[in-house]
Structures are given as C-alpha cells and as structure tokens.
Design a protein around this ligand. Structure first.
Ligand SMILES: Nc1ncnc2c1ncn2[C@@H]1O[C@H](COP(=O)(O)OP(=O)(O)OP(=O)(O)O)[C@@H](O)[C@H]1O
Ligand SMILES: [Mg+2]
Length: 269
C-alpha cells in the first residue's frame, strides 16, 4: 500500500500495535475528551457519536472530505453553536475532565481557555477585498462566487498582488497572536493555511511545532501532507463520523478503516 506519506514502513505502531487505536496515549494525557457527541442543525444530523481524547501538548489534525463535520466539531468544542437556531447535541465534551456544557459554565471563560483561529473566507485582507470588490458589487457585475477571482485579477493588474499577499501572511499570524494573547490551554485552528502560499504555510507549520510545547493544538486541514508533517495524532472524519483516530504515523501508513485508506490514497476527496 502506498499512502500520502509514501511507502509503507514499520513505525512505532508496527507489528502488534496494528489493531490498536491510541485514543488516549499515556505519553500525552488528554486535555479534551469527546464522548459519543452527536450534533444536529435542525433536522440534519451533522455529527454521529464522535468519541476521542485529544492529547495535551500535541498537535492533532482533523482531516476528511468537505462537509463531513470537521468545522462543526471544532465549533462545538468552543460552544460556538450556542446561538445557532435549531442546533442541539447529545453526548458530551470535556475539558480537563469537566463538561463544557455543565450548567453554569462561564462560556466567555471557556473561550479564554480554548482559543480559535478561523478559516479565512477568501484569500485577501478584508479591507483590501472590500475596497476592490466595492465597484463590481455595487454594479452587480459579477456573481458573489466570481468576486474573489475578479479582485485577484484587478490586484495583479495594478501590481498590488505581492504586497497584498505579504499583508495576508502577517494577518494570519496576527490572528494566531490574538488567540494566544488569552494564554489558552487549547488552540483550535480551522484550515489556517488554506489561503496561504507554501512559504507562509511553512512558517505557520514551524510556529505550530514550537507552540505545542505550551499549548494543545487541534488543526483542521484539507492538506494531508500538512497533517503528516506537523500532527502527532490524526482523526479522519467521514460523513459526520470520526472513522479513525490515532498516531499520525499509524493513520497514514496503517489505517485501520478502509475508508481512511481510500481517502489518504486519494481515491476520493
Ligand atoms: N449553519 C448550518 N446550518 C445547517 N447545516 C449546516 C450548517 N453548517 C454546516 N452545515 C452542514 O453540516 C455538515 C457538516 O458541515 P461542516 O462545515 O462541519 O463540514 P466540514 O467538514 O468543515 O467541511 P469543509 O471541509 O468544506 O469545511 C454539512 O452537511 C453542512 O452542509
Ligand atoms: Mg470546515
């Protein structure tokens, strides 16, 4: 079997470890635990009994195809669904052993302990984007989904593209700094590099590896090479289910579930 990480090799999970799913490896006691957590947007069930233990001072990557519930799960950990109309859940999520849903939980305090860096809706600093998109928007020149391309073309034509890219890199690190200023225990990141070029991505990845000395990091990424490079543990979501969770080495070289294998070998995505 050949995987996203290359040829199969015997790593620390080799041999007898093959059937194990190290949801709570003793080297990294869990800071977060999800216990049979299910979630609904109105009638639509987005998560089905997600159970896992997120190890402390480690990087955990959540991977999986679009729409399989990664963001929904991340936002649940920060109780960002509290105000979503029709949202409900069953099961539990624990931080340091205490339910984040316990009555009387200070949600502001919870969000200080669990910081979040959001996915950028488009690869531009917002003021720049809004300025350039202003005309086409006002004049109804382009459907919303074509606006980013139009903005990029205009910026390139005005020779502003490189400067904008520089600012974007700074902005993403600024977002991370803003989350770190609260000195959280856990940092949740939803595709923090999706809009960045490879050099900026590498900077962020190096930063993450430094940060895990102090923080626990959970990162959603579509980039499997990124997961393989930076994550100690990897969870694979598929249609609302956490199909596999384990040491990154094991998930990428010896996946237990055939759906994980199909995904990491690029048979769907
Ligand atoms: N506010 C919402 N209301 C109703 N359904 C939603 C809402 N947000 C997400 N969903 C649905 O829940 C499911 C999971 O979506 P989610 O955004 O968590 O997936 P994802 O894995 O993060 O996808 P992507 O990789 O595209 O970011 C999808 O079917 C999506 O359409
Ligand atoms: Mg998402």
């Amino acid at each position: 079997m050949t995987t996203a990480m290359g040829r199969r090799s015997d790593g620390p999970m080799g041999g007898a470890g093959r059937e194990e799913r190290p949801v709570s490896p003793s080297a990294h006691p869990p800071v977060l635990e999800s216990r049979a957590y299910s979630f609904w947007y109105g009638p639509t069930q987005a998560l089905h009994e997600v159970t896992c233990a997120i190890p402390r001072n480690a990087i955990t990557a959540l991977i999986g195809p679009s729409g399989c519930g990664k963001t929904t799960f991340l936002r649940s950990i920060n109780r960002l669904h509290d105000l979503t109309p029709g949202a409900r859940h069953t099961g539990d999520i624990l931080l340091d052993g205490g339910s984040i849903f316990a009555p009387g939980t200070d949600v502001v305090g919870l969000r200080r302990r669990i910081g979040m860096v959001f996915q950028r809706p488009n690869p531009f600093p917002k003021p720049v984007y809004d300025n350039v998109a202003y005309g086409p928007r006002l004049n109804g020149l382009a459907p919303a989904r074509e606006l980013p391309d139009r903005v990029e073309r205009a910026l390139r034509q005005a020779a502003l593209w490189d400067e904008v890219s520089d600012r974007l890199r700074e902005q993403q690190r600024l977002c991370i700094a803003r989350a770190l200023a609260n000195e959280p225990e856990v940092l949740l990141m939803d595709e923090p590099c999706s809009a960045l070029d490879p050099i900026a991505t590498q900077r962020i990845e190096e930063l993450l590896v430094e940060l895990k000395q102090t923080y626990t990091i959970v990162i959603v990424t579509h980039n499997m090479q990124q997961a393989a490079r930076v994550a100690d543990y990897t969870g694979f979501f598929y249609v609302g289910r956490l199909v596999e969770f384990g040491a990154t080495q094991q998930v990428f070289t010896r996946p237990v579930d055939e759906r994980t294998e199909a995904y990491i070998t690029g048979r769907f995505g």
